[in-house]
Design a protein. Structure first.
Lengths: 401, 73
């Protein structure tokens, strides 16, 4: 399946080029976050500010939860980038699949606060239209007159990658010619963040926020919460060629698995993530030695990075160049798989691997070639991107140029 | 009310006139619930749910508000 358009909204920038430049610069984006003053961990990676009234109109902006706003910005960029024209397309052949872990939790929190304070009058009639997780794909359908299959995937931090895999299957089955696929998240709210802090999942290196997210580093101690959205326009190859589209890369493999082991901790031997990578390669008809790059899930937690690194080493050896862009963006949860899929497409089309920010000393237990310092030129046709989510979900996507 | 419609609900001020209905101004039933909440919060006038309908004109809604305001005095 062809990737013909990209849209990115991330802590590294609003827009694909700004995000790419940001991740290549390799500087962490985490800062102290005043909105998290009441939470045990007060740092986050925020999307730079944008003018919501100008983007959506004042009449609409206040009715859109931020997780939907971010997806709209990314989807508009992706559709425009693809050269497709929603005014003229057959919308019945266009699907929308978007992943999100949390949906409108910030709206949920504010409505609950209103309910406790003022009773039923404190709850807006717009609560559900703003907060329900599926409102994102519904809203994109309205935006682009996309009347084909429309759904949301929820596999926690693998949601965006799952969405791209499910979109691929909709194209393979013949249900769609085009799918607007991606992930979005805007869940940096005190209660939600506190939940992660109580689990022990967040980095406590608040004194130096920009270097707190340090995937594969010996001194990593958890992830930094981020927000953002990534959208890919996936298209049947014949459809893309017929209209002379610029094919950035091809999605050639999709592997998904469940750990069936523990609700949050990865399987101790990385059985699930290995199975997903293996399946993505088989699906793509790839031998492990053909894979020239892996954009890892690499969250900066002790467990994920150790287990994922070992699974990569077992399957591909220690020579394949690996990167985690979460050193720059933090962990954008349900958006991460889609943002990183788009970055993997760019890595292939530009033959450049972004570095892993804040990797000062590789964990001695990890034997991998992790790209660090500056972007690295590469000559390869195939790359994987991994995602894993609480619940035990694993996804690996294989792209080719 | 004109101020609430333009500032809070984003209705184009140029489109406001007494004979315009909420429907014509793209103020749907969800936004109307918000509007009655805002009116209650800012003006202290309590309107029943559904008292202002989408098909009502701004003049009719203003008249209803006046009646409430007079009754509350």
């Amino acid at each position: 399946m062809a990737v013909t358009g990209l849209g990115l909204v991330s802590p590294a920038g609003v827009g694909t080029e700004l995000t790419w430049r940001g991740v290549c610069a390799g500087v962490g984006t985490a800062t102290e976050d005043p909105a998290l003053a009441s939470a045990p961990v007060g740092i986050s990676c925020r999307v730079p500010s944008y003018d919501a009234d100008a983007q959506f109109g004042a009449a609409e902006a206040w009715r859109l939860d931020r997780f939907v706003q971010l997806s709209l910005l990314a989807a508009r960029e992706a559709v425009s980038d693809s050269g497709l024209e929603p005014a003229h397309w057959d919308g019945t052949r266009v699907g929308v699949v978007i992943g999100s872990a949390a949906g409108g939790v910030a709206t949920f929190e504010s409505q609950h606060a209103g309910f406790l304070e003022r009773g039923p009058k404190g709850v807006s009639a717009l609560f559900h239209p703003m907060a329900l997780v599926n409102m994102v794909s519904g809203r994109l359908a309205i935006e682009f007159d996309a009347t084909g299959p429309n759904l949301v995937t929820a596999t926690a931090c693998a949601s965006g990658a799952t969405a791209i895999g499910v979109a691929r299957d909709l194209l393979v089955s013949g249900a769609c010619d085009v799918v607007i696929a991606g992930g979005t998240e805007a869940a940096i709210s005190p209660t939600f963040v506190t939940g992660f802090a109580r689990m022990g999942a967040l980095s406590r290196q608040s004194a130096r926020p920009s270097s707190a997210s340090r995937p594969f580093d010996a001194n990593r101690d958890g992830f930094v919460i981020g927000e953002g959205a990534g959208v890919l326009i996936l298209e049947r190859l014949d459809h893309a060629r017929r209209r002379g589209a610029d094919v950035r890369a091809k999605l050639v493999g999709y592997g998904a698995s469940a750990d069936a082991s523990h609700v949050t901790a990865p399987h101790p031997q990385g059985r699930g993530i290995e199975q997903a990578m293996r399946r993505a390669c088989t699906d793509a008809g790839l031998q492990p030695e053909q894979v020239g790059h892996i954009n890892a899930h690499g969250t900066s937690t002790q467990l994920n990075d150790a287990v994922e690194a070992e699974a990569i080493r077992r399957l591909f050896g220690a020579e394949v160049p690996v990167t985690s862009t979460k050193g720059v963006t933090g962990h954008t949860l349900g958006a991460a798989g889609a943002i990183e899929a788009a970055l993997t497409v760019l890595s292939l089309s530009r033959q450049t691997l972004p570095p892993t920010a804040n990797l000062e000393r590789l964990d001695p237990a990890i034997t991998l070639d992790v790209v660090t310092g500056r972007p690295r030129p590469v000559a390869t046709s195939y790359a994987l991107t991994n995602s894993a989510g609480f619940g035990g979900h694993n996804v690996s996507l294989a792209f080719a140029v | 009310m004109a101020e609430l419609l333009t500032n809070k609900l984003g209705v184009d001020a140029a489109e406001l006139h007494p004979a315009a209905t909420f429907e014509e101004l793209d103020v749907d039933s969800l936004a109307l619930v918000e509007l009655t909440d805002i009116i209650e919060g800012q003006l202290g006038i309590v309107m029943a749910e559904g008292e202002i309908r989408k098909g009502a004109t701004l003049a009719e809604a203003a008249q209803a508000l006046d009646i409430h305001a007079a009754a509350d005095r």
